[in-house]
Write a protein that binds this ligand. Structure first.
Ligand SMILES: [Zn+2]
Length: 54
């Protein structure tokens, strides 16, 4: 798999909703009913949490 460029990583971050904590991210996934298809991860760019589709 190709390593994402800095720009791509930036877009992955800015295009996503941010959460202050892993709990907040998982709560949001739970409310949306997608907790089984999403994982929360700590973003190295903004130091907040996003939901991945993994
Ligand atoms: Zn981010």
């Amino acid at each position: 798999m190709k390593k994402p460029t800095r720009d791509e990583r930036q877009r992955m971050c800015t295009g996503k909703r941010r959460y202050r904590s892993q709990g907040d991210a998982l709560d949001a996934a739970l409310i949306a009913g997608v907790e089984r298809r999403r994982k929360a991860y700590l973003c190295p760019l903004c130091r907040q949490w996003h939901l991945s589709s993994a």
